[in-house]
Every structure is written in structure tokens, then in C-alpha cells.
Design a protein around this ligand. Sequence first.
Ligand code: ARG
Length: 279
Amino acid sequence: MRRSIARAVTGALGLVSAAAAALAAPGVASADRVIVGGEPVEVADTPWVVALSSRDRFGGMRAGQFCGGVVVAPTKVLTAAHCLGPEVLGGAPEDVSDLAVIAGRTELTDKGGREIRVAETWINPAYRPATNAGDLAVLTLSSPLPESYVLATAGPGDSAYAPGTIATVYGWGDTTGNGTYATSLRAARVQVLEDAACERAYPGNTSGDYQPATMLCAGDPAGGRDACQGDSGGPLVARGRLVGLVSWGSGCAEAENPGVYTRISAVLPDPLPQTVSRG
Ligand code: ARG
């Protein structure tokens, strides 16, 4: 089934009902495919992957996780702009007083790692909700993470953007495409695809509008491995550098509908932006 952009953008909203479904059926084992077609990873090996959390908005079952993020400086975390949109948060980010980042915790239901409040948010002014173009936000943390958590970012012309490059996407999102949310961090190996693969899938109709200038196409040409709902804002890493953020797609892990990522080299401001205080 094809999903419209609007459905993809509001994907994180599905977490509310997913959390409710999980509450109703606590005995259901988590799927062993996540992110879709992935495998478990330890955040100790990938400390730059963080979860975005609001228990007030998304409930405490999965520590309030609703999107992913990536640490690019001790107090700076990148995520998708649509993760901070009104359809996801129900209002402005400033109104979500318990907005936090969870770092150093593989299993959301554990107590480990640290939860750090988001002090300031910056949404890319070039972000366009209708198309998801420029889907980037920068969070400033209220206290710093260790320098060792920081992941390098790819710049323009980085060789990691060459089609065929192996890349890995990380997250706590849906493992099946049916609302089976992971509680433990997963990763899936995909590859950077030609822009043409996403231009075919998303020609600007109701399936979506792939814009190569600010978006990146990645997936499994055979299908089966992909990011999915709840993974948004999380990192796509190639050659040890951040190349993309999970942004949108039609369905999950369908061969003919690759994942679309924010193209970090095109969208990340250098230097990182000054952010607006959350009072
Ligand atoms: N928009 C989704 C989210 O909010 C991410 C969808 C990614 N989809 C994909 N097939 N790669 O979590």
C-alpha cells in the first residue's frame, strides 16, 4: 500500500496508538526485524545515536521515544524538522516542557545512559512541510555529552554520497511497517542509491516529491531493509560519517519505494545555527 507524504510525515503520530496497542498486549514479543530488516546494536558502539523523548506526549512505555537524533557536537543534536512539527508534537516545541534526548541507552525500558533536556530548538527555515524538503532541526542540549559521542558529518562532494556506497541506518522505530515499535536500538544496512531510483518512486504525485538537491535516496534494491515510522531524525552513516537523516518514504522496505533522507551536506549550516531559547 502506498502512503502519501502526509501519512509519512505524520508517521510519528502512529506512536500514540502503537503505545496504546502495546499497553493492551504487554506479552507480545518485539519483532526481530527492525528498523525493517535490521539487527540489534549496542549504543555503546554507536554513542552518537540518540532517542528524542517526551513522556508527556508519547507515554512512558518506551521512555517517550518518538524520533531519532544524532550528536554532532557535545551540546548539539540533529533531528528531522518534521519531528518537531505540530502534527507530531501537538503544538510548538517550546510547549513540550519535557522534551529530552536519551543518550547512551540501548534498551528504552532500561534506566541506563542519560536523559538530557533540550534547551533550545532551531528548525531549518528552508524546511517545507508539504514536500519535506530541508527536513532538519538542531537541538541544543542543556548539558554537554562527552566529545566521544560526536559523529563527523559529510560535506559537499564527500565520496560517501557515491551511489552503491554501503550505509547503515539506526533507530528504535517500527520493525514491520505495521506499528511494531522496537524498544531496543536496531540498525539496517542499506546502500546509497541513484537519485533516479527515488525520482521514479516519488515523481511529485501523491507518492511524494523527491528533490535531489536536499534529499538523499537510500535503501535495499531488493527491498527488505529500510527505516520506518519512528526512525525519523535518526542517522544514516556511511564511511564513518553522517550522510543523512531519516525523513520519509512510501511504506517501509518496499524494493520500488526507497527511503528518503535529508542530505546533510546540502542542508547543514556551517557553523551550526544560533538557536532560540526555550525560556
Ligand atoms: N516519517 C517517518 C517518521 O516520522 C519516517 C519514515 C521513513 N520511511 C522509510 N520508508 N524510510 O518516523
